[in-house]
Design a protein around this ligand. Structure first.
Ligand SMILES: Nc1ncnc2c1ncn2[C@@H]1O[C@H](COP(=O)(O)OP(=O)(O)OP(=O)(O)O)[C@@H](O)[C@H]1O
Ligand SMILES: [Mg+2]
Length: 242
C-alpha cells in the first residue's frame, strides 16, 4: 500500500503523522518504508534519531531505482521501520524516477509511506500510483483548513480517489466562528475523516529519545488511525477523550 501524507499549509504535523503512524503499523507487525520528500529540509531521519546513519538519500534512489535498497536506512528502535532520507538539495525530485522508486519499494514493504513537503505541488502527486491512499493533514486554523481543501482537490483532480482528512493538534476548544467543531472542519474540506489527533505535549518533545510509543494520547490516536486504514471500524472517542 502506498500511503501519502500531505497538506496545504506547512507545520500542521505531516512529518509527525508519518512517524506516529509508521510506528503504529510496525507495532502491528507491518514492514514500513517511510520516504521523506522534503527536499533540502530533511527531517524524518532526525526525528527518528538515525541522521548519523544516513549514507544515501532519495536522490541516489532516483539515480538507480532498481538498487533503491542501498539508500534505505534501518530504524533500529522501531522494529520493521526503515527510511529513505530526503535529498539534501532542493529541486531534484522528478516524478518519473520517484515513481519508479515507489513501484520497486511497494514489492518489498507492506506500506510505503510518503512524507510530502508543505504546499500543493503537483510534482509529488503525479509520481503516485492511482491506487495510493492519501491522508491530508490539517489543524483547526482557517488557513490550514483551506490549504487541506485545496490539496484534496488537486489530488482528486489527478485521479486518485482515496483521499481522507486527519485533524491534528486538536484541543477541543472553540476555534473561531466558522470552525468550532470537527464536523464544520470536515464539511469545509469536503473529505471523509480518517482520524483526530489530540494536541499532545509529549509529541512536541519527540526526538530520538522520545519515540512514538512514549507519546501519550497521541500514540493511541495513531493506533486507531492505523487500524482504520487496515479496514477496522473504530469510532472516534467522545471529544473530551480524543
Ligand atoms: N498532535 C500534536 N500535538 C502537539 N504538537 C504537535 C502535534 N503534531 C505536531 N506537533 C508539532 O508541530 C510542529 C510541526 O510538526 P511537523 O514538523 O510534523 O509538521 P509538518 O507539517 O511536517 O511541517 P512542514 O510543513 O514544515 O514539513 C512540531 O514542533 C511538532 O512537534
Ligand atoms: Mg514535515
Amino acid at each position: 500500500m502506498v500511503l501519502v501524507v500531505t497538506s496545504g499549509k506547512g507545520g500542521v504535523g505531516k512529518s509527525t503523522v508519518c512517524v506516529g503512524l509508521s510506528a503504529a503499523f510496525c507495532r502491528n507487525g507491518k514492514k514500513v518504508l517511510l520516504i521523506d520528500t522534503d527536499e533540502g529540509l530533511r527531517c524524518i531521519d532526525g526525528m527518528l534519531g538515525v541522521s548519523e546513519n544516513v549514507m544515501l538519500d532519495l536522490s541516489d534512489a532516483q539515480n538507480s531505482p532498481e538498487d533503491y535498497k542501498q539508500t534505505v536506512t534501518v530504524v533500529d528502535k522501531i522494529s520493521g521501520l526503515s527510511v529513505i532520507a530526503a535529498p539534501s538539495e532542493f529541486g531534484v525530485i522528478t516524478p518519473e524516477k520517484f515513481g519508479e522508486v515507489i513501484k520497486n519499494a511497494e514489492k518489498d514493504y507492506d506500506i510505503v509511506m510518503i512524507d510530502c513537503p508543505a504546499g500543493v505541488d503537483e510534482k509529488y502527486y503525479s509520481a503516485l500510483p492511482m491506487e495510493s491512499r492519501v491522508l491530508v493533514v490539517t489543524n483547526s486554523d482557517a488557513a490550514a483548513i483551506n490549504g487541506a481543501m485545496n490539496a484534496g482537490l488537486m489530488v482528486k483532480r489527478l485521479g486518485i480517489g482515496n483521499v481522507r482528512l486527519i485533524l491534528n493538534k486538536f484541543s477541543g476548544k472553540k476555534v473561531g466562528r466558522l470552525h468550532d467543531n470537527v464536523d464544520a472542519i470536515v464539511d469545509r474540506t469536503g473529505m471523509g475523516l480518517m482520524g483526530v489527533i489530540p494536541y499532545d505535549e509529549e509529541i512536541i518533545k519527540s526526538s530520538a529519545k522520545n519515540m512514538p510509543s512514549e507519546w501519550g494520547r497521541g500514540s493511541m490516536a495513531f493506533s486507531r488511525i492505523a487500524a482504520r486504514i487496515n479496514g477496522a471500524r473504530i469510532l472516534l472517542p467522545k471529544s473530551g477523550r480524543i
